[in-house]
Write a protein that binds this ligand. Sequence first.
Ligand code: ANZ
Length: 798
Amino acid sequence: MHKKYDHEEIERRWKTAWQESKIYDFDASDTTREKEYILVEWPYPSGNLHIGHWHAFSVADIYVRSRRMMGKNVLFPIGFDAFGLPAENAAIKNDTNPREWTLSNTAHMRDQLDQMGNSFSWNMTTSSTDPSYYKWTQWMFTEFFKAGIAYRGKGMVNWCPGCHTVIANEQVLSNNTCERSGHLIEKREMPQWMLRITDYADRLIDDLDNLPWPESIKEAQKRWIGRSNGARITFNISAQSTEQKLKEPLVRAFTTRPETLYGVSFIALAPEHPLVRDLIDNDLLHNTEAVLSYLVTSSQKNDIERQNIEREKTGVRLEGVNAVHPITKESIPLFVADYVLGGYGTGAVMGVPGHDERDRAFAQVYELPIKEVINDDGFLINSMEESGLSIEEAKLRILKKSEAELSSTYRLRDWSVGRQRYWGVPVPIVYDPEGNAHPIPEEHLPWLLPEDVDFRPTGVPPLTKSNELKKRVVDIWGEGWTPEVETMDTFVDSSWYFLRYIDNRNDKEFSSKQRQKGFMPVDLYFGGAEHTTMHLLYSRFWQKALYDLGHVIHDEPYRMRINRGLILGPDGHKMSKSKGNVVDPDNEVRRFGADTVKMYLAFLGPYAETANYPFDMDGIVGIRRFLERVYGLNEEVRTEESTVTTQLLHKTIKKVTGDITQFKFNTAISAMMIFLNHAEKEGISSQSYQTYLKLLAPFAPFLTEELWHSSGNETSIHQAAYPTFEESLIVDLMAHVVVQVNGKTRGSVDVNSDATEEEVMSIIKDTSKISSYLLGEVTRVIYKKGKIINIVVKNENT
Ligand code: ANZ
């Protein structure tokens, strides 16, 4: 009886040994090896690792380990993105402090991460709640404030009644609910801290062209930013009242179809458009009351309802004023209509019912003229001097005549970052007695999160209640000065953590330029598809803003990004407690071992594709059996092995190394399984056995370390060099050769791949099915080695 594969004992032993020897610590001073910075998304210490964490970290670790064994100096850091609502909500529920809750979760999670057996560079870790980290988050915010990138804006915000705070547009799902709590979002008018990400919209799109990322990720970012190229056309306003006191008697309409200008039969303003207010305030309307009541009704609808094409269009004519067509000078009716959005383009639409569906629906309700200005062939009609021109030509002339300005408009809005909650980075701003905002100077950073706070949510920021914070401000700036009481969205914290990892102990700078030069950009960033239009976009923006201010030397943070798929419950549905289909990785690890869980997740499918994979119990058992057989393979070790075995091993090495570079860990594993089948039958030399262990090491780090040591090695297998293959050993042994006689395929023969033409011919002659076609005189033979043989025969017997 041989010993049984006791994963618990093996994993315990090597976990401790690796921790003690710190073999995965990153040596930043090592310049002899090429650096490679591989990043996984900064986890939130939620308490228990779920299967998604395993999929995110353990499978990425296969890649990391293989790159290390291939000679790269790999930085593979991990840390904690530990601010945020779950800690605060749990603390409220359990009547503790979010800091304590976070610390205990972090410690537990650290332990679980070690159990995974991943080769994290723990000496480079960082945590967002650590004042030595958030000092720099605050410092960056003050830099952005001074540069006008951070500002206190006014306007409509997304209020989440579940989280009791404002949230960003990116956190609102398409059904108008909060991505975290699922509550329906309310619109509120409130001042808010904003970051000017819209100023970066063009660069965030255009710079994607230089990145070798998967197209699907680039497309998703482009779609989110939603650039639309068009023009702004100005329409003057004429009022019937002689006392015209408008601030700006004009409307600018954003259009992507300026060539339809002669077809305009109305102008529609969004209810939020400033001109509407201005007309009311100046008493220029004859139907002020009707307009006011329309403003009230439409304010109760959200943008999603307002954009619904099915809904009957509503609006109110602004009586007493008209718009003037910029070319024909004709008078055009002006409406307020809520299908026009306040936050898009200029908030004003030139209505062209002949060519725009929404405008047509509106025109039908209000009986406005519907005029066609472009015919089916794409030429202009009813367009004065431009009639008969092609769209392209007409567009240029109309733009010029109407003095339009070319402009792009974006779906992206500025990023709202202030939150009315407790457990986050305090916004580093103080207000003077006149209410002006001032950034907190660096000498007072970190601007600590006060502790004397009742953080139960009431809608009023909890920091309002801190006496310590009030006193702190008065002590430094004097009577009448007050603190900002909002904290920052946690997406702010995670917008720059990769810069801190590389220089995590620097107390003079957030990240020195020298370290940036050595280790940025991130070479490969593994993450989840759900972050494509949030974290991934925010952090690219953040990096560009820092770049513009001269604080970083690269304007893109990540060279390559890979989005992984999602692990579903065994029933094929998204795992959720309410469905009772949650797979707890701790249970699986206890039963099968960490190596099995890791390899099982890698075996599910190609890692770089965002597919969904149901967790399959039979599948995990299959991997466990494979590892048990690997455990027993030492019994098949012989002094010698056949050439076929050596050749198969080299082929396997080629396949595995090739697959790893394409993140196809699944097919790499299959290849190693095929080799195992063979070696169990045929036996394996001790040298090949060790090579095989090295090949498998990134996939099953604990087991291979154990077997490596028990076969006599003293240093870690993970510090050994990854196997390479010999080209001469991977040529196929047998070749399948197609036989053609006088241009017709007559069959095929299996030959030695290096067989000569004569040898192939003699085999063919011995193959009765084909030889019957060769009864005449063979006048010519053309043999393409290992593939096809063409034989020309005279007097063929047909
Ligand atoms: C005249 C026109 C004629 C238009 C035509 C379209 C077709 P995208 O491509 O999504 O950017 N628009 C402009 N601002 C708007 C707002 N705030 N709310 C609702 N609609 C608005 O759409 C651009 C088009 O959407 C613009 O071009 C404008 O209608 C409308 F045959 O102008 B168009």
